[in-house]
Design a protein around this ligand. Structure first.
Ligand SMILES: C[S@@+](CC[C@H](N)C(=O)[O-])C[C@H]1O[C@@H](n2cnc3c(N)ncnc32)[C@H](O)[C@@H]1O
Length: 278
């Protein structure tokens, strides 16, 4: 099945860019350290070429610019690429629309492919075949996503953090999101099993904490692919499953009595990450 429509439309791309969090540098550092340790390379010198598949508005690309001479981001959505081009000031980064699942680069030409929060939208078998075609021998593919996983009160120690994964999965079920999105909340276990590569490995333990307001948190969940369609049904934002999600988080934090804009907490993102080599 093609999900060409999933992030198409100016309104969607702008909402997406406004409310999705940036990836922290630690994600690129962990992937590059993995790559270098496997290749036995020293730490100096840029690699030649990186490809970002399902690059959206460019959210996943810029943490990698210190490591590559040139980077190409590709996406099936006109509006995502339009946004990415409009906001790109980096001469070494280029964005291109793709109409099919064929990557617009030559055989054996890419050092690293990343696929950030996008692999669950793709035809995995075709994706893997294309990765093997375009990667240089010994080149790597990094599949990853972010998952808002735990919350705790600002003054509480990390040991007190509570998982929010199950309520987020329920939110996606209520919104009618596609099934494979739930795999992000299961550390990409299904994707991992389905990958044919016999070099696949995980980078474990990647996580990052940020202070969040409940408003920011709910806004993030307004960027799921089906949100605008849901509102267009005329059911009203106040009835959207997003309100239930917010109430659950408030209850977990024991902040039921506070208005949303006063609810502040520490949110931990985890980053399920899978690597495989050509
Ligand atoms: C959730 S967004 C991820 C965007 C960005 N990589 C990020 O990390 O925020 C998923 C992206 O995959 C794109 N996409 C879906 N199917 C695709 C396909 N067959 N080829 C390329 N991109 C695709 C969508 O248009 C969307 O921009």
């Amino acid at each position: 099945m093609s999900y060409a429509h999933c992030y198409n439309g100016k309104e969607k791309s702008e909402l997406y860019a406004k409310h999705r969090p940036p990836y922290p540098d630690i994600v690129a550092e962990a992937i590059m350290n993995y790559l270098r340790s496997k290749k036995g390379d020293g730490k100096n010198g840029k690699l030649k070429k990186m490809l970002d598949v399902g690059c959206g508005g460019g959210q996943s690309i810029y943490i990698f610019t210190p490591y590559f001479e040139s980077i190409l981001g590709i996406d099936i959505s006109d509006s995502q690429i339009e946004y990415a081009n409009k906001h790109n000031s980096n001469k070494n980064v280029e964005f291109r629309i793709v109409r099919d699942n064929v990557f617009p680069v030559g055989d054996n030409s890419v050092d690293l492919i990343i696929c950030a929060s996008a692999v669950h939208w793709l035809d995995l078998a075709t994706f893997e075949t294309e990765c093997h075609r375009v990667l240089k021998p010994g080149g790597y593919c990094a599949i990853y996503a972010y998952c808002p996983s735990f919350v705790r009160k600002i003054n509480e120690p990390q040991s007190k953090r509570a998982s929010i994964v199950e309520i987020e999965k329920q939110y996606h079920r209520n919104m009618g999101s596609q099934d494979l999105i739930l795999d992000v909340f299961g550390q990409y276990d299904i994707i991992y099993d389905r990958l044919k590569s016999n070099t696949k490995e995980r980078i474990e333990g990647l996580e990052f904490e940020v202070e969040n307001t409940l408003i920011q948190y709910k806004n993030l969940f307004k960027t799921v692919a089906k949100y605008l369609e849901y509102l267009n049904l005329g059911l009203g934002e106040e009835n959207a499953p997003i309100q239930a999600l917010g109430s659950h988080v408030k209850r977990i934090l024991d902040m039921n009595d506070l208005p949303d804009d006063e609810v502040k907490f520490i949110l931990t993102y985890t980053y399920p990450t899978i690597m495989f080599r050509k």
